[in-house]
Design a protein around this ligand. Structure first.
Ligand code: PAF
Length: 280
């Protein structure tokens, strides 16, 4: 596996593969890789002979007071895991490489509608930061297919919409969330949980599963189900941000009985902000 940090080196490698008509699958990450990321990499390997992974902690998707500085940076162990997975190229640029004009006045991509509400109510500007960096990475890597986890479901919907709107010939594959044995969705931010919080954390997933089961069993009052789930999480010591039953593609509020649907939630538990979702 080659590890590259410059745009010039990356372009040279990509051009060589393009000339040989080799398809490229791409997995963008912020590093601190766990089994959830490795599932994305394995999926990417099944989709194309060449696999590129990026590790870049993107400053423009963190709001003021969020964990940009504290976000774990573990490039050495990330690189050795990726090499074992048979990845061809790791792209790990510096901030100045992806934002040569700085991060403040940079060109931004806004994907309206699907970016609004849910996480955006609590992390304003986050999805513009995600769309902006993913667009840059797509332009550099020129993948045929890019792979994202379903855990960040709103992010996946934003990327799908951006690619559709900008007519990029890139397939976007979503991979199901990888969970710990007790159901907690794997996330780099789980390390912020202390032992007592870690023991309580699976309640988020359990609550989502109960909401989904109630809908399947014919419960018609979605707003009431969302309210009850919020109350249950708050009673267990979470600070719930939202529990929402939404249209699975547009993420707009759902009329009773409409499909496809997704139940999504975000909640703070101690220092960690947890997000999760289940399909209906
Ligand atoms: O999901 C992530 O790790 C990030 O949001 C992404 C897609 C790599 C963009 O920085």
């Amino acid at each position: 596996m080659r590890t590259l940090a410059s745009v010039e080196d990356l372009r040279a490698a990509i051009q060589a593969w393009r000339r040989a008509a080799e398809r490229i699958a791409f997995v963008p990450t912020m590093g601190d890789l766990h089994a959830g990321h490795l599932a994305l990499v394995r999926h990417a390997r099944s989709r194309a002979p060449r696999v590129v992974v990026s590790v870049f902690v993107n400053p423009t998707q963190f709001g003021p007071g969020e964990d940009f500085e504290a976000y774990p940076r573990t490039l050495e162990s990330d690189a050795s895991q990726l090499a074992q997975e048979g990845v061809d190229l790791l792209f790990a640029p510096e901030v100045e490489t992806l934002y040569p004009g700085g991060t403040e006045a940079t060109t931004q991509i806004d994907v309206p509608q699907v970016s609004r509400g849910l996480c955006d109510d609590f992390r304003p500007g986050h999805f513009a930061g995600v769309a902006t960096v993913v667009a840059r990475l797509f332009n550099l890597v020129q993948p045929d297919v890019a792979v994202f986890g379903e855990k960040d479901y709103q992010q996946l919907a934003v990327i799908r919409r951006m690619v559709r709107d900008l007519c990029w010939p890139i397939g976007i594959d979503g991979v199901p969330t990888v969970r710990e044995a007790d159901g907690l969705a794997m996330s780099s931010r789980n390390r912020y949980l202390d032992a007592a919080e870690r023991a309580r954390a699976p309640l988020l997933y359990q609550t989502l599963c109960k909401v989904a089961a109630a809908v399947r069993e014919g419960q018609r009052d979605y707003r009431e189900l969302e309210r009850e789930a919020m109350e249950k999480l708050a009673a267990a010591g979470f600070q719930p941000e939202y529990v929402a039953i939404r249209h699975a593609q547009t993420l707009q509020a759902l009329e009773t009985g409409q499909r496809p649907a997704r139940v999504l939630a975000a909640a703070r538990l101690g220092r960690a902000r947890l997000i999760d979702n289940v399909g209906l």
